[in-house]
Design a protein around this ligand. Sequence first.
Ligand code: ATP
Length: 427
Amino acid sequence: AASGGPTSIRQVKLDKECELRIEVAETPFRLRLLTGTAEIFGTEIPPEIWLSFPPRLKFAVFTWYGATIEMDGTTETDYTADETPMVSYVNVHAVLEGRRNRAKASPGDSDASQGPRVIVVGPTDSGKSTLSRMLLSWAAKQGWKPTFVDLDIGQGSITIPGCVAATPIEMPIDPVEGIPLEMPLVYFHGHPTPSANVDFYKVLVKELAQTLEKQFSGNAESRAAGMVINTMGWIDGVGYDLLLHAIDAFSASVVLVLGQEKLCSMLKDVLKNKPNVDVVKLQKSGGVVSRNPKVRQRARGGRIREYFYGLANDLSPHSNIANFSDLSIYRIGGGPQAPRSALPIGAEPTADPTRLVPVNINRDLLHLVLAVSYAKEPEQIISSNVAGFIYITDIDIQRRKITYLAPCHGELPGKYLIVGSLTWVET
Ligand code: ATP
């Protein structure tokens, strides 16, 4: 294992079914494929062309038949591994492929025309996102358009943190750019963990599942391709309940359990009465890199920055000004409860976790990230998806004006905004 190696150009020869694991340092790094074939998390890399990778990215170049890779730049680490779980992962892909073909061959039948709905579960840092990505990219390579559902509101890969989201995957996922941000279906929870409001998280998961169900009913192609659902690494207590809730909400047909025997046997046990659900245990890759809370926090900030500025700082967000009266901001759940005197006689004040609480505009909103709801009426906010996000940069109480950053210029697509606890400090 070479660590912090020289900056000169060097070559690595990979034997079949081996991978080159790389952690990019703080400086630019690039590589290219010289001979053979290779892929990064399921997406084939083109021959000869230099690919540049951003600082701190952790990834692997895997080859099925052998390859030579040329590297340029320093790395935190780079080493070759000949033991990977890739054969077992691609075997899962082959089984899913069979189910997609069967679904495609039975267009009229509502049950049989449904392709596999795969949910990937496991503890933090077990490689769930990476396996989801590989399964999606392999399917897309074969011409399917599977739907990617990301329920990981802490480290999701479709949009900014604090959301559950879904998007069709039409091409193998770019190893650097990730998932294209065009028109995903996004629901905003507003917190980087569901524990801030578990009931609201469940409501959103349910909404997302129902919306996809509707879309599938009119789209045989998406239906046959099925879904890959990535989940959070929270698997104990409430986290476990949320997994069961997600399996049920999306009517998952395949549960892939990464790297935990106990979780696998618990799930097998509770799902044993459901003959249509397969629970499959898979080995965690030795290449998965653990991330501590600080790294995760930093990654969250990075995702928000990317939303406004682009991955390569290639977007220019607009700073806009609105009047207080132009916007209605709401918080979901919590907040001060209605006094007993304001309630109808006999009613008890309850802490409804999905209650809509109007938020006064003041300087407490500084540095928060808000979602712009598609709701047309306040009552629709809880169940509506969101168009995008804004970041509050200034509040002028005297002139009653809000300055915010938005990815584009002009009027917001809606006047109802949702706020949670998601903050960002622009650096
Ligand atoms: P979370 O706890 O956030 O849900 P996870 O289980 O989804 O995490 P991943 O995000 O898939 O885990 O993997 C963690 C990190 O390890 C990522 O940075 C990923 O790119 C890296 N990684 C995964 N597999 C490999 C590999 N084979 N070689 C090198 N790096 C890898």
